[in-house]
Design a protein around this ligand. Sequence first.
Ligand code: OGA
Ligand code: NI
Length: 392
Amino acid sequence: MSNPSQFLQSRTVSQPLYRRRRCSHMAAIAPIGPQLSQPSLSHPPPPKLTTVKALSESPGLSSIPSIYTFPKQPNHELVSDTKEPIPTIDFSLLISSNPDERSKTIRELGKACRDWGFFIVTNHGVPERMMKAMIEVCREFFELTEEEKGECEGKHVLDPIRYGTSFNPSVEKILYWRDYLKIFQHPSFHSPSNPPSLREIALEYSKRARGVMKEIVRGISESLGLEDKYIEKATNLENCLQIMIANLYPSCPQPELAMGLPAHSDHGLLTLLIQNDTVGLQVLHKDKWVNIHPIPNSFLANIGDHIEILSNGKYKSVLHRAVVNDRDVRISIALAHGPAADAAVSPAPMLLEDGQNPLAYRAMKYKEYVELQQSNKLDGKSCLEHIRNRGI
Ligand code: OGA
Ligand code: NI
């Protein structure tokens, strides 16, 4: 799409989460947030959007409303429980004072970015109890009443605290089986006031995770043949935009018809994900969707669009999605780390040498890039396509 304002047209600044009323048994279910106090007489407002959690807990639910039903996805057939294991990076070796250990790990990191775009991070030093506490406190958040959670309902995609359902219901014809809480953690820290312990746990966890992210980004920088601090400087990583996305995927009576999150790449540099012990994340690897099984006490890391931009396409952000199941509730917490909000990132000039590798992307302020992604349908790598340099 060539016209950015056209691409951004679906941005809704103050539109609440409404849905068209399609299914009679939805109406009785708790809405997000308080109802409008002054409905217009001529056009009564549609009922507020139902959360998937409330829907999944409605008694006797044996089929899902049509608004959650996707036409059968041919891609579902392509799932492979590959024997090829997803790469693991031992973080303690990445920060080792032994130069041989460190450079070997950097080579492995580069290979993981090239081959998979996803890797498991072990021995990262973030205490397991802190990771578990994060999952538990997010579970507690989702268990608050809809009215309590509704206080966190954001009005704009760049609001620092935003609770909602699906991805962007104002533009989606079919909704995703997912509720979420998004909180900006850095450069300024935000937290809902409820549950009260969320603030303290998230503050410490997000700080520790930033430390891990920074070392991995240094390793990625070196693996590209750049100075270790190149990416850090080019993105003003000191002021990185760090967003916590807590995802709740309730169990679903017809999981083969519903989708938790569609195929997408992440907008930032590096995402660090933790999850409870329920499988649901799938990664596109060699044209097949691969189930990623949760590994306790580790991060699942993936590179985002801004590493693809910085590396001029040498490392590619990878499509992933979340599927749902009919047994267990799944919770995942993604910590998305991007450049500073005002940084406009370009491919590293050193990676363009000798004209073999022409400039692949135009620069866009990160804040605008996030807004672009969050204001539209979540659709593969459409944002990256939007800034692809097609030459003259
Ligand atoms: C995300 C995401 C996957 C998951 O929040 O960007 O890809 O497993 N989540 O919840
Ligand atoms: Ni993602």
